[in-house]
Design a protein around this ligand. Structure first.
Ligand code: FAD
Length: 410
């Protein structure tokens, strides 16, 4: 079997892999990305958060993203029964980008990885990583090419950005339970034909089922008159709805008058898909000469659209550690990579848990909200979950106190 040598090898060409590749090319490193699929390819995760723009910019990809013509996004709107509220991310506690995009991931991921290629990364599409050996001085990958050839790559450092493929967690027995119950998502793209003047295409809309506080829908408008439409619930909730994925999705929307009214003229031209059990965690985000990025590490839940932001944040932190090691500094991957990354993930986790309890919903639908608190929440919803100046990031447990106050008042 032939063995190739490279400086950095990245598994997966999604946002984590592409941004890591761009950042490492800026350091002048030799970068090889192995991607099992041909791009463009479908992926879920279409509503970005403004915080992600900082890492897209840091990687040198900003112009490519801006010029791609995606739907502008400046906030998030929420509806539960007759209650409505909206957050404008430009009005937030933390400094930084207040706007971003809603993207068809097939094109967005392609834009990012083409930008990485332009910056000098080599990307091999339709090559699949089948085995990994990290016991030696340098990590070794076994890869299958599209014509069936099996070859090896030996690298100075390995980044696993394989997303839900979870290559290293599976092969190195790093998986650990996420702590969230088993949930499923059913979703599709529709030609939405929405005419409601209150519907703001510059915001993601999150609607809550009228009877089940833990069942929610996303409506993510794109720039071409279409929307991504999905529903999330515990896996067993879907069993009582007959038919295929599209029938189930439409039936649950049918139980939610605000949303079914909004989508009354929609053209359902694309069969729905489903994903179950996507929440995942690992025992460790790093090891000798390797690190896990984005979804290959931890994935919480889609409700606050934090996945791509966490993915590109992890790429930025890991690339900085690799750069410091190359400059001869000693890096403590736990203290310099895993702990700072997890701080933000844990802030998001507190909000996700509160959402499913219904407490966060009482907070955002509160009739007399405090402006200061709303700006702090707006910052977290915009992805600034690593800003320790925000009291709800520094002490996520404060959210429970806020929930109790709002529950008493409502
Ligand atoms: P991915 O984008 O999954 O990329 C991983 C790549 O690795 C893939 O291209 C795959 O083909 C490749 N790969 C896998 N295995 C191998 C292998 N063996 N060899 C070679 N290549 C391999 N996030 C948001 O930010 N906003 C949202 O609105 C949002 N909504 C979501 C809704 C749902 C229902 C779910 C489940 C998730 C959602 N997410 C959202 C999360 C988002 O999908 C992910 O967090 C994000 O795609 C992670 O990016 P990544 O680069 O880590 O992985």
């Amino acid at each position: 079997m032939r063995t190739e040598k490279t400086d950095i090898v990245i598994i997966g060409a999604g946002p984590a892999g592409a941004v890591a590749a761009g950042l490492l090319r800026k350091q002048g490193r030799q970068v090889l990305v192995i991607e099992q699929q041909q791009f463009p390819r479908f992926s879920i995760g279409e509503s970005l958060l403004p915080q992600s723009m900082a890492y897209i910019e840091e990687a040198g990809f900003l112009q490519d993203v801006v010029e791609a013509g995606f739907q502008y996004k400046n906030g998030a709107a929420f509806r539960r029964g007759d209650k409505r509220t909206a957050f404008d991310f430009r009005d937030k506690f933390s400094a930084g980008w207040g706007t971003t995009y809603q993207v068809q991931r097939a094109s967005f991921d392609h834009v990012l990885i083409k930008a990485a290629e332009k910056a000098g990364a080599e990307v091999r599409f339709t090559h699949k990583v089948e085995a990994v050996d990290v016991a030696g001085e340098r990590p070794r990958l076994t890869v299958k090419s599209p014509d069936g050839e099996i070859y090896e790559i030996e690298a100075g450092f390995l980044l696993d950005a394989s997303g839900f493929g979870r290559v290293l967690p599976r092969l190195l027995d790093l998986e650990t339970p996420s702590g969230f119950p088993l949930r499923s998502a059913f979703f599709t793209h529709v030609e939405d034909r929405i005419t409601d003047p209150d519907f703001d295409r510059n915001k993601i809309l999150v609607s809550v089922h009228p009877e089940h506080v833990d069942v929610w829908f996303w409506t993510i408008p794109f720039s071409n008159g279409r929307c991504s439409q999905g529903v999330v619930a515990r896996a067993e909730f879907f069993e009582r709805f007959p038919g295929d994925e599209t029938a189930k999705l439409r039936a649950i929307i049918g139980e939610t008058p605000t949303l079914s009214h909004l989508l009354k003229d929609a053209v359902w031209d694309t069969p729905a898909r489903t994903l179950t059990g996507y929440a995942a965690n690992v025992k460790s985000l790093w090891g000798r000469n390797f690190a896990l990025l984005g979804n290959a590490g931890e994935f919480l839940d889609p409700v606050f659209s934090s996945g791509v932001t966490i993915a590109v944040k992890s790429a930025s932190l890991a690339a900085a550690c690799i750069g410091r090691e190359a400059a001869g500094e000693s890096v403590d991957w736990q203290a310099d990579y895993a702990t700072p990354l997890k701080a933000g993930v844990d802030a998001f986790r507190a909000f996700v848990e509160s959402w499913y309890r219904g407490g966060f919903q009482d907070v955002i639908f509160h009739p007399q909200p405090s402006d200061d608190v709303r700006r702090m929440i707006s910052a977290i919803l915009a992805g600034y979950a690593w800003d320790l100046k925000n009291p709800y990031v520094a002490q996520p447990a404060r959210l429970s106190t806020l929930e109790q106050l709002c529950a008493v008042a409502s």
